[in-house]
Ligand binder design. Structure first.
Ligand code: ADP
Ligand code: MG
Length: 339
């Protein structure tokens, strides 16, 4: 007798949730990515008890068509890509169509959305992957997600959650990364009744850095800019006097996506070379823009790692640009001082 069968969608979603939804911060990340992809200019996040009790993400983006709302929760349902070849031309933050079904499989989700400003919207409630309510509702244009009681039906995962402060720390990190990647979007983070982050969304990266790292850090930043045929780099780098004890202040962003890339960090550090004290690291926010075919983002479910097709050239370009700015700003004034 045959022993192999295809798992039903509900179990498949719970398995996928294990990969995509590691902790409250992963929910925040996925919902923020969706809000950014929807073209929002204002995104408000409010969490309770480190996100374990509730996570609310409200955006003023495109909204979801009433007829699409249920479909959005199906596995591999996405409006962002259609063909296999699209995978080589990704311009959105999301594309896997996995976040909503995964989140809904392990929490209680309440979504209110409208695509226009006539107040006519739709509301859906899904608990543990099961649809419990679907109705017309009044809503401003945009989408509001409320995710409650994360992991309520997966006690093993819930047990692994750390303290509220730790979970909140991860959520703040997600907000910081998003805000640095999108200075044109206004982000707010609230925990219980406290505002933890507020960015203006006026496009000024320095304001975002000030909101995250403080005004004295912002004062130590130099703007950087450079371009060649393949790449455009911009952002802020700290004067070598302003250092940190770890690499946590080195942020690299590719086409609006915050990424982690060892080679890029090394290129930046090489540019500082002997200017940095030993075991100290700069504060940098490097924004790179390139044709989507030059970067593969389909490497990992969390999309934090990417692969560059012309890695060595990119690293060289970044290193040269950073070094050029540092030479200009640091070495020349020092020579002047000595004269
Ligand atoms: P993906 O982002 O990979 O497409 P998701 O599961 O995160 O997959 O979302 C499924 C779909 O739901 C998206 O493709 C998008 O069409 C829609 N969607 C989700 N969140 C929003 C939002 N905040 N605003 C508008 N549309 C949304
Ligand atoms: Mg998504």
């Amino acid at each position: 007798m045959a022993k192999i069968h295809v798992l039903d969608e509900h179990i498949a979603n719970q398995i996928a949730a294990g990969e995509v939804v590691e902790r409250p911060a992963s929910v925040v990340k996925e919902l923020l990515e969706n809000a950014v992809d929807a073209g929002a200019t204002k995104i408000e996040v409010a969490v309770e008890e480190g996100g374990l009790l509730s996570i609310r993400v409200k955006d003023n983006g495109s909204g979801i068509e009433p007829d699409d709302l249920e479909t959005a929760f199906y596995r591999h349902a996405t409006s962002k890509i259609t063909h296999g070849r699209d995978l080589f031309q990704i311009t959105s933050l999301g594309f896997r169509g996995e976040a909503l079904p995964s989140i809904a499989a392990v929490s209680k989700v309440d979504v209110l959305t409208a695509t226009g400003d006539d107040g006519r919207g739709r509301r859906i409630i899904i608990e543990g992957g099961k649809l419990t309510s679907h109705e017309d509702a009044t809503s401003p244009q945009g989408t509001e997600f409320i995710v409650k009681e994360l992991f309520y039906n997966t006690p093993a995962r819930l047990k692994y959650m750390k303290t509220i402060q730790t979970e909140l720390g991860h959520i703040s990190d997600v907000l910081y990364r998003m805000a640095m990647s999108h200075p044109h979007i206004s982000f707010t983070l609230r925990h219980n009744a406290n505002v933890l982050l507020q960015t203006l969304g006026n496009g000024d990266l320095l304001q975002v850095v000030a909101a995250i790292y403080g005004t004295s850090a912002a004062k130590a930043m130099l703007p950087i800019e450079g371009e060649n045929l393949d790449y455009r780099v911009s952002g802020l780098i700290s004067l070598p006097e302003w250092t940190r004890a770890n690499r946590g202040g080195m942020s690299t962003i590719v086409n609006g996506r915050f990424i982690r890339n060892y080679g890029l960090n090394q290129a930046i550090l090489k540019a500082y070379h002997t200017l940095l004290p030993i075991n100290r690291f700069p504060l940098v926010v490097i924004q790179l823009e390139m044709h989507p075919s030059l970067v593969d983002v389909n490497v990992h479910p969390a999309k934090l790692e990417v692969r560059f097709s012309k890695e060595a050239e990119l690293y060289e370009f970044v290193e040269a640009t950073v070094r050029g700015i540092l030479r200009q700003e640091v070495l020349i004034p020092q020579v002047k001082k000595q004269q």
